[in-house]
Design a protein around this ligand. Structure first.
Ligand SMILES: [Zn+2]
Length: 67
């Protein structure tokens, strides 16, 4: 259990331009430094994440077809 939530402890703040600690309410998460809404990923990381996800899906599908 230790460390299982590690990656959820920071989110990306576009105003601070870095991953920051945040406060969360029902609607959104907010940077503790400047109060801006924060995102799970920066735009660049989000693109990279989605690309990796697509690639993984594609390779899984490929493996299924091969075997
Ligand atoms: Zn901020």
């Amino acid at each position: 259990m230790i460390g299982s939530n590690y990656y959820e402890e920071t989110k990306y703040c576009p105003r601070c331009d870095e991953y920051v600690r945040f406060l969360q309410n029902l609607a959104a998460s907010y940077c503790v430094e400047c109060g801006s809404k924060v995102h799970l990923f920066s735009k660049k990381d989000r693109t990279r994440f989605l690309t990796a996800l697509q690639a993984e899906k594609a390779s899984r599908r490929g493996q299924k077809n091969v075997s």
